[in-house]
Design a protein around this ligand. Structure first.
Ligand code: DAH
Length: 342
């Protein structure tokens, strides 16, 4: 075979392997068109090989021509195949139909506990209280000691909690925020502290190892129990309705003296007696009292100059009353059938 024919045959081989590489890299219709032009157009690589045929030895022309035709067919077939492969794997842009109705995004709702918390905050902010926060992981000092609950005091038993290394614990109430606030601020203090609390409790319809409280504290010159009653009453009437009555019963908390428990007249029977209030006409809310002078001792406030009142309340308790929920556990189960009702 003449050298010229050998050269063309090896060029054909070169073009073929070049094509193989290029076709493998095609991933779009645009690239496919570029490759087609490079190999098959009038000025393409194949055409230039065909143009050399005339110069070959007439006897060798059919063989080289057949080889060229084989490559041309192969390139055409491969490109067709590639084209249909690209077409069936539709790109998102090709398959997007802008006239179809969109998917409605599902909006979440604010958790009922957080709704109630927000309402409580608004009412107290309207009366000049600031919202303070404290850590959920507390020290014994803030959770007990500085609230006048010494280590051997029996009232610690009622607030068993989860203990962490180095005398840390999960706070059992929001009362420690009273101490933290008084430590960083001189009177007058008027604050509420909403937040999550923890106790070692077995869950049932009215108990949960985690729950929420709102603490309240007001310290200034000349603050009296009458101020406490006025604020709690204003709160009750704003939260429920203008007819709600408030009563204070003697109670005990180590950090208040005197201490009281306060009840609201039953919002379901207007105090007549019903299933919810267990026929008493009253709903127990929480505790309150005048800040014990011993507590002032821990924060360096002079009890001869300042007096104050404090109160606490359970957010779950209020939400259960407000929405007539009979089992506290449902607040924490993330059951959408429940949550979507709010
Ligand atoms: N910290 C108390 C508890 O969890 C509630 C409480 C009672 C808070 C009386 C107060 C208060 O601020 O004065 O049981």
């Amino acid at each position: 075979m003449a050298q010229q024919s050998k050269n063309i045959l090896s060029e054909i081989q070169g073009v073929e392997s070049e094509f193989e590489k290029e076709v493998a890299a095609i991933d779009s219709v645009t690239k496919l068109e570029t490759v087609r032009i490079v190999f098959l157009s009038k000025k393409g690589k194949l055409q230039s090989l065909f143009s050399h045929l005339g110069a070959l030895d007439p006897q060798e022309r059919p063989l080289v021509g057949a080889e060229l035709n084989r490559l041309k067919n192969r390139i055409q077939e491969d490109l067709l195949e590639k084209k249909s492969a690209l077409g069936s794997a539709k790109s998102p842009v090709d398959s997007f139909d802008p006239t179809l109705p969109g998917k409605t995004p599902s909006f979440g709702t604010i958790h009922p506990l957080m709704q109630v918390l927000g309402e409580i905050e608004n009412i107290f902010m309207g009366m000049g209280f600031r919202v303070e926060e404290g850590p959920e992981i507390e020290t014994e000092f803030y959770n007990f000691e500085a609230l006048n609950i010494p280590e051997d005091h029996p009232s610690r038993d009622m607030q068993d909690t989860f203990y962490l290394p180095d005398n840390y614990l999960l706070r059992t109430h929001t009362s420690p925020v009273q101490i933290r606030t008084m430590q960083k601020q001189r009177p007058p203090v008027r604050m509420i502290a909403p937040g999550r609390c923890f106790r070692r409790d077995t869950p049932d319809a009215t108990h949960s190892p985690t729950f929420h409280q709102v603490e309240g504290l007001c310290v200034d010159k000349g603050v009296s129990f009458a101020d406490l009653k006025g604020v709690i009453m204003a709160f009750a009437r704003k939260l429920f309705d203008a007819e709600v009555k408030v009563r204070f019963r003697p109670g005990f908390f180590p950090f208040t003296e005197p201490s009281a428990e306060y009840d609201f007249s039953c919002i379901f029977c207007s105090g007549q007696g019903c299933r919810v209030c267990k026929n008493t006409g009253w709903l127990e809310i929480s505790g309150a009292g005048m800040v014990d002078p011993a507590v002032f001792g821990f924060v360096d406030y002079d009890p001869a100059i300042y007096t104050g009142y404090a109160f606490g309340m359970g957010v779950e308790r209020i939400a259960m009353l407000k929405y007539q929920v009979h089992d506290i556990r449902i607040f924490y189960e993330n059951d959408l059938r429940f949550l979507r009702q709010f």
